[in-house]
Design a binder for this molecule. Structure first.
Ligand code: SR1
Ligand code: MG
Length: 404
């Protein structure tokens, strides 16, 4: 109850900022002209603050429950874990994540950079917009984190200390349940339209799919490779297109699910969400947009691979980690990424947390898109790793989506 009472409202925000030394030095609380609650994710409260001088910042507060289901208790300490991950990601991937200004462990609030000249990528994709370069920026972001927070970037002792410091069991449990388990069983969280019941039963009952999802879950739970974002869907990405006098910008935000996990989980989250965006495009008859979105999978992968390989000469112990290990690493991330893409796409059309790409489609188009996503997820899980590279794989994925 105490924690709930401490939740901010827009009216409290100027006084709150005035009470925080790190923030009142950044903007004058007396000049605040607008505070809006803009949280549209499942978990937290988010306040966008603007001043008459044109400056701003964002406050993000974690209640001790899930925002969209207040009967679901959830540790508010996720806020501090997000702050810790954001600081690390700022250090290893500067310019690709929001700056962090303040952290208030007492009220579970962080203050981050105002990026109101950006927009959430999922919304832009839903409108058929093309933010060229964003997919490559994200591949570079994943690579910089994958290298800089790994054994290769940190060395043995610092890596072990970091694994311990970023343990995030409650949020990992959400992923373990919502991504890797609930879509494959009967569960009250699942949201399946009657017209897709047969599609879901065929997908979730397929023995090859079940083995593949079990294998992916085990990798998620046991491969402490790097301090991954942990929830890198297109709603966790802000984009700004290049304009005269303004550079393109891409930022991965909201890393509250960060923990030491498999790098392929972040790659797969992006790929799985490209599949969802393509399914939407095809369901609306926009084949050009679907093909463009599926091409992003290769852009992300090539940028990841190039950046990771460029960092490789800085590896901690070249006596042992030769180029053969680099090749193994890239292959392992690729294979994990393909399986994680399947799991991440399928959960969005079966389980608790749906996405606007699919949910805002008209009924008939939605049923077709859901069917397509499940066929695509099966392809990725069962045949994906055997395809010769992302271009061929996501071409075939497009064929399967289109045939649904
Ligand atoms: C309780 S809903 C949790 C989901 O929302 C987040 O964005 C994650 O994707 C998570 O699985
Ligand atoms: Mg989120």
């Amino acid at each position: 109850i105490g924690e709930t009472r401490a939740l901010l409202t827009p009216g409290d925000v100027p006084e709150y900022i005035a009470s925080r030394p790190a923030l009142r030095g950044l903007l004058d609380p007396g000049s605040i002209t607008e505070v809006r609650e803009v949280g549209d994710g499942n978990m937290n409260l988010v306040f966008a603050v603007r001043t008459s001088a044109g400056s701003g910042l964002v406050l993000k507060q974690s209640p001790p429950y899930v925002r969209v289901d207040p009967t679901w208790p959830m540790t508010a300490d996720r806020n501090g874990l997000e702050a810790a991950a954001l600081r690390v990601h700022n250090a290893v991937a500067p310019g690709l994540v929001p700056a962090i200004y303040d952290e208030d462990p007492g009220r579970h609030v962080i203050a981050i950079e105002d990026l109101s000249d950006h927009r959430v990528w999922r919304g832009a994709l839903n409108e058929g917009l093309r933010h060229e370069g964003a997919a490559g920026d994200l591949g570079r972001y994943v690579a910089r984190v994958a290298f800089g927070t790994s054994v290769f970037g940190l060395g043995a002792r610092a890596h072990k200390a970091a694994v311990a410091a970023h343990v995030n069991p409650e949020l990992c449990e959400i992923t373990e349940d919502l991504v890797f388990t609930e879509p494959y069983i009967e569960h009250e969280h699942n949201r399946i339209a009657p017209e897709n019941e047969g599609d879901v039963a065929a997908y979730a009952g397929d023995p090859e799919v079940r083995t593949a999802v079990g294998r992916a879950k085990l990798a998620f739970m046991t491969h402490a490779e790097a301090l991954i974002h942990g929830d890198l869907h297109t709603g966790s990405v802000l984009v700004r297109a290049e304009e005269p006098g303004l550079a393109r910008s891409t930022r991965a935000f909201d890393p509250e699910f960060a923990f030491y996990g498999p790098v392929g989980f972040d790659i797969g989250a992006l790929w799985g969400n490209y599949v969802l965006a393509a399914a939407r495009g095809l369901a609306l008859g926009d084949e050009g947009h679907a093909a463009w979105v599926l091409g992003l999978a290769t852009e992300t992968w090539e940028a990841f691979q190039t950046e990771f390989a460029a960092l490789w000469p800085e590896r901690a112990d070249p006596r042992v980690y030769g180029d053969g290990v680099l090749e193994d690493r890239l292959n392992a991330v690729y294979d994990d990424g393909v399986a994680m893409a399947a799991a991440k796409a399928a959960r969005r059309v079966i389980g608790f947390a749906g996405v606007s790409d699919i949910q805002t489609l008209p009924d008939e188009a939605r049923a077709r898109a859901v069917r397509g996503v499940l066929h695509a997820a099966r392809l990725l899980f069962v045949e994906g790793a055997a395809q010769p590279g992302p271009a061929a794989l996501f071409d075939r994925t497009g064929d399967v989506l289109a045939a649904a």
